[in-house]
Design a protein around this ligand. Structure first.
Ligand SMILES: Nc1ncnc2c1ncn2[C@@H]1O[C@H](COP(=O)(O)OP(=O)(O)O)[C@@H](O)[C@H]1O
Ligand SMILES: [Mg+2]
Length: 272
């Protein structure tokens, strides 16, 4: 516990970059962090300094008898990692079908991962809706929705605010209440960037959890096998640290933890 998922209706917005940096920052503060990559792009391992030639992973083997602890890798950032694993496009479609038919194939092991009260689970996800994300949706304590400060992203902010991007009905609304927004690649003095930031502030209020500056050092850091937060003077690094703090702050909010009452639920074995 708890589970923090980095999600977005869009791709290429910085989900993996931000997930990797937040995971490393929280591990550096002494938290036990487990990264789980649900995206067939299999990129979280690269950000966390794993050798590219290591192609094995967890989701890629979901229909085998491989138990998740056997798929665990240790990264230089003290983040334990379950990489997605390399998959051919055909195999990715097979996994999609598997997760649509049997969401518990993913939800059950994720529940086991969350059974350790000291473990923080950071999930990187593919863009848009996916059966993998749907499978773990009820288990998510905080969805960090990442968007860019551009027109395409701005048009999606109302859907983030009312939860439509997660689906319809009460279950999606419940998940939406646990969603916060992060605007990435913000340029403080660029008119479009600031206009989108104003809209996000007005629409999301306190649920605009963070803003990360556009910083060419972010892509350069990856090419140098480093994280932006390790690069002295990186403009994005300070924003990423503040975001990690904001995420920790959100997790202590009462809505993110079970309510104290209704003890009979514990008595019946329905709640730890
Ligand atoms: N704050 C930033 N400033 C500049 N470039 C960024 C920033 N955040 C991410 N990027 C770049 O944007 C691209 C997409 O990031 P990525 O994390 O792979 O997005 P996603 O996981 O949403 O597809 C990468 O090339 C990354 O280096
Ligand atoms: Mg990604």
């Amino acid at each position: 516990m708890p589970l923090i998922a980095f999600v977005s209706p869009k791709g290429g917005v910085g989900k993996t970059t931000i997930a990797a940096n937040v995971a490393a920052l929280l591990a550096a503060r002494g938290h036990e962090v487990l990264g789980l990559d649900l995206d067939p792009q299999n990129a979280l391992r690269v950000h966390l300094g794993m050798p590219v030639r290591e192609e094995a992973g967890f989701v890629a083997e979901l229909d085998s008898s491989l138990a998740w602890p056997a798929a665990l890798r240790h990264t230089p950032y003290n983040v334990a990692l379950l990489p997605h694993g390399e998959v051919e496009p055909r195999r990715a479609l097979e996994l999609t079908r598997l997760l649509m038919d049997r969401p518990e194939a993913l939800a059950d092991p994720v529940r086991e991962m969350l059974a350790d009260p000291h473990r923080l689970l950071i999930v990187d996800s593919p863009p848009g809706p996916s059966p993998a994300l749907s499978a773990i949706m009820p288990l998510i304590d905080l969805s960090v929705v990442v968007l860019l400060a551009d027109g395409g992203s701005a048009s999606l902010i109302p859907q983030i605010a009312d939860g439509r991007f997660l689906g319809r009905g009460t279950l999606a609304m419940r998940a939406a209440e646990r969603a916060v927004l992060v605007l990435n690649q913000v340029e403080l003095h660029a008119p479009l960037s600031t206009a989108v930031l104003d809209c996000a502030e007005a629409t999301m209020g306190a649920r605009l959890l963070g803003v990360v500056a556009r910083d060419p050092g972010v892509a350069e850091a990856l090419a140098d096998r480093r994280l932006p937060v390790e690069v002295p003077g990186s403009r994005a690094a300070e924003d990423l640290s503040l975001l990690a703090e904001g995420i920790l702050g959100r997790l202590t909010l009462p809505s993110a933890t079970p309510t104290a009452g209704h003890s009979v639920l514990t008595h019946w074995g329905l709640r730890r």
